[in-house]
Design a protein around this ligand. Structure first.
Ligand code: ZN
Ligand code: ZN
Length: 197
């Protein structure tokens, strides 16, 4: 007997991304994300929120002089509760950490998100190199695609050219590509077919 699926079941969720500043972030960074993210993920719409959330002071560890990324994620969820067809991408300029790691470029919760990235360690100047706007924005985009990939249910990928490859350092970020590999891309489309969120 043939199984019948409704059209809704077979069609992809029309996914929107909301970009949300946590503290002050340069508008050119937000605009670059808005413009370029749809080239790498199946997104219907990318919007920059008109609101800027304050960096939560209770996320700050005065000994590490860094901010706990999980606190940022819970703050984003409180502000904008997760829904099936939207992922919220927080962007911050402060340095982030997660327990057991010296730092993180970003973090995301699986499937519905939210996600956050930090620009702090993506600037060439941080590593004593000359300013390079193109390289900086490329790194921002890679980290954003990576964390949104997690927020769409992807894990880390063993393909070192895939954007879902784990970045242990900025060298890993620079080595990998901006795109999802074929397997990761297929998995995102599968997840967006609905029913699993
Ligand atoms: Zn990751
Ligand atoms: Zn992959």
């Amino acid at each position: 007997m043939r199984k019948c699926f409704s059209l809704k079941h077979l069609s992809l969720i029309e996914l929107r991304v909301l970009i949300l500043s946590i503290g002050s972030v340069e508008s050119r960074v937000l605009e670059a994300l808005k413009l370029r993210l749809p080239a790498f993920l199946p997104l219907e719409e990318v919007t920059i929120s008109g609101n800027v959330l304050k960096v939560p002071e209770d996320a700050y560890d005065p000994i590490r002089r860094q901010y706990r990324s999980s606190r940022m994620l819970s703050m984003i969820s409180d502000y904008r509760p997760p829904v099936d067809d939207e992922r919220v991408l927080g962007v911050t300029g402060v340095d982030l950490y997660a327990p057991g790691l010296n730092f993180v470029f970003g973090e995301a919760l699986s499937f519905r998100g939210p996600a956050i990235i930090s620009t702090y360690r993506l600037r060439p100047e941080y590593y004593g190199m000359p300013t390079d706007e193109g390289l900086f924005l490329e790194r921002v985009l890679k980290e954003a695609v990576h964390e949104l990939g997690h927020a769409l249910g992807l894990g880390h990928c063993k393909n070192h050219r895939c954007v879902m490859f784990f970045s242990n350092s900025i060298l890993d970020t620079d080595r990998k590509g901006m795109q999802l590999c074929g397997l990761c891309h297929a998995k995102v489309l599968e997840n967006l077919k609905g029913g699993i969120f």
